[in-house]
Design a protein around this ligand. Structure first.
Ligand SMILES: [Zn+2]
Length: 176
């Protein structure tokens, strides 16, 4: 037993919590839509939660969370969101002791080969997976990826910022 809740337990919680739920407004019901101007891309590691890093209140910024906080898998989501929100900044955050520093994409590929014998080595090798071996360089790489992406507005590209978050000190370091 891990002590972590099961899906069944979470669904029971949801039912209980719904008793206190305040109905949210639909877009059509909002007089002045409260549009976040800042998009954050960060790792889904619980130690790297933007709400806690910045003390975010409801809807003050929107966060993408994925493995490592790499931008490749969500870059087109940024394009769609910017269409709706006309955002000012994209903040990329990678954090110290990230799991990606503890295994490589090739480790994942090797395990996949064992688990999925029907998949060829060439197919596994061509699978795009998140990876980095050096934090600051990875942030620079993602900032470059965003600034060079042809489908992002220049105005938003100008607002791209990269940081490393130190999970021990709670401080962000801006990466130039
Ligand atoms: Zn991480």
């Amino acid at each position: 037993m891990s002590g972590q809740p099961s899906v069944t337990e979470l669904l029971q919680r949801n039912e209980r919590l719904s008793a206190w739920h305040r109905p949210q407004k639909y877009f059509a019901e909002l007089n002045t839509p409260n549009k976040p101007k800042i998009l954050i891309v960060s790792c889904l590691d619980p130690r790297s939660a933007p709400e806690e890093i910045f003390g975010l209140q409801h809807a003050e910024a929107l966060s993408f969370r994925n493995v490592g906080g790499k931008v490749d898998s969500i870059i087109n989501d940024l394009v769609s969101l910017d269409f709706m929100l006309n955002c000012e900044n994209v903040i990329v955050i990678h954090h110290t002791d990230c799991a990606l520093l503890h295994f490589t994409a090739d480790n994942v590929r090797q395990k996949l080969q064992q688990q999925l014998p029907e998949v060829t080595k060439m197919e596994v090798d061509s699978l795009a997976l998140p990876e980095f071996s050096e934090l600051e360089e990875s942030v620079r790489e993602d900032v470059r990826t965003l600034k060079n992406y042809k489908f992002l507005r220049q105005g938003l590209k100008d607002g791209v910022l990269g940081f490393v978050y130190d999970v021990k000190s709670g401080l962000l370091k801006k990466i130039e």
